[in-house]
Design a protein around this ligand. Sequence first.
Ligand SMILES: Cc1cc2nc3c(=O)[nH]c(=O)nc-3n(C[C@H](O)[C@H](O)[C@H](O)COP(=O)(O)O)c2cc1C
Length: 573
Amino acid sequence: MHNPELMAAKISSHPRAACGFSDAAAQVRAYHQRTKHMPGHYAPGPGYMDWANQPDPFRRFSGAPTVVLPLVRDDGTPPYDALFQTKGTPPRPLTAESLGIFLELSLGLTAWKEFQGTRWSLRSNPSSGNLHPTEGYVVLPALAVVSDRPGVYHYAPYEHTLAQRCVLGEAAWGAFAAGLPAGTFLVGLTSVHWREAWKYGERAYRYCQHDMGHALGAMCFAGAALGWRMALLSALSDAEVAALLGVDRATDFTGVEAEHPGLIAAVVTDPAAAAPRALAEGAIAAVRAGHWTGSANRLSPERIDWTAISAVEDATVKPSTALLPLRGLATSGVPSPRPTRDVSRAAEIIRQRRSAVDMDGRTGLSLDSFFGMLARTLPDRPHSPWTAIDFPARILLSLFVHRIDGLSPGLYVLMRDESRLDAFRAACHDGFAWKRVEASAMPLYALALGDCRQAAAHASCFQAIAGDGAFSLGMVADFMRTLEEDGAWAYRRLFWETGLIGQVLYLEAEAAGVRSTGMGCYFDDFLHQLLDINLAEDAWQSLYHFTVGGAVEDKRLTTLPAYGHLSRAKLAV
Ligand SMILES: Cc1cc2nc3c(=O)[nH]c(=O)nc-3n(C[C@H](O)[C@H](O)[C@H](O)COP(=O)(O)O)c2cc1C
């Protein structure tokens, strides 16, 4: 019987570690191995729900001045399909109002659910277990209503407010803004790993990274709805990200749960300006020397330190890295937008996004819808979120097709990086057909036809939604190559990429009148065995599962408005 912990121990002392394959990459591989779910053997976790220590999903900074953001219900965002057009959405100027829309549509609340006296909120960004480890920050110039001084702010989704963590003087801002086009601001994301670890134990670190990818995707789409572009500042080290967002300020986090640095991206509001790729020399030092206020709240009375998580955190610390070549974006072969497909406003689709908890096992999708959704996950498409990132595509989709009109059910693969076709094909079962689905005009291949509803559910920890949707999928990473070529920290980036793909599928499903669900619970090696991938090599690893189909609503739940708890929400039109 395969024993993941034994395997993990073997990997961390693998001879490769002694011949150039870094210790950090070996640690990552070992973590990945020991956090695999297997039937009857789940990754180590607490084994029960410790309700007394349930983490507060809302971080606050006491002592930091609060800025109230407007809540605007009728926000005039363009039709949903405009999110996928390069040009056309008139850019909104950066104001407190547009910033409020941006944050609401990316990290804000979208609804409250209630069942038998218990209430919980949902947000624009999805999150494993609805635990929301991701915290959002903005670095702003002086902005009317917000402040007459530039600064660093933490976003509080419950109140829809900003906590002013740092105020910058004019000279400091001058140093900071030197490399940024006018009207540009920065967003930052961090992660409180404990929020996920509370429920999921060792595997939680993976979910935090998925969630960060989703949050980045949500920001890209919220920006696109306002005519803004995002650009990930991918060269920054974790130390620089932490310094810029103030999460390395030990005195502000004394005795409370740490926030781990995630990423920084520039949001460019002027369509004529080139997206920056780095910060000016001295920018971080200028912010570090700013005037900081506020202390982070404690989220749980007590917490467990999961040593496997601490080890993988250490192994995946990002150093500063060289600028990556800009992505090649498709200039032809991009299907023209399907204008009449959905006329809902972008904001409506974003606000109505939900995870399906049950699928009807009946609803299918047209071939056009299916191909359209997949096309928008391709990394060379000149639209959000792919224009925001510069890192190479390392995730392919292994699809279980159940009910797509005009496409035989079976196992398919979408090679998001077609140059890896031969390598992946060589790694898989040699009896697969690899018949290109020409009608899709994409690198989509049929491997084996047949009813794979049971296999899909089995692969996703026996979750019925994976078999009862129109299709489901496993996102398979070019795993060892990424660790070897890009370093151990790129483990995180692989999950971010899966989150970006997931965010596209979440919105696409809503726009197509169906629903979807990200599935972090899956049996890792089940999919590998199905594809007949060598289990000992870890060359290709499944990192995230997803299902799309006709959702069945849980009628027992009551839905309440997102910001009904705020008196100013009643004033919003
Ligand atoms: C990384 C990730 C993993 C998830 N895993 C599962 C899963 O295995 N099964 C499931 O039913 N839902 C899963 N979900 C859906 C979450 O439960 C859902 O996002 C959360 O409850 C918030 O609800 P919402 O998406 O409707 O806003 C996952 C979501 C994310 C982002």
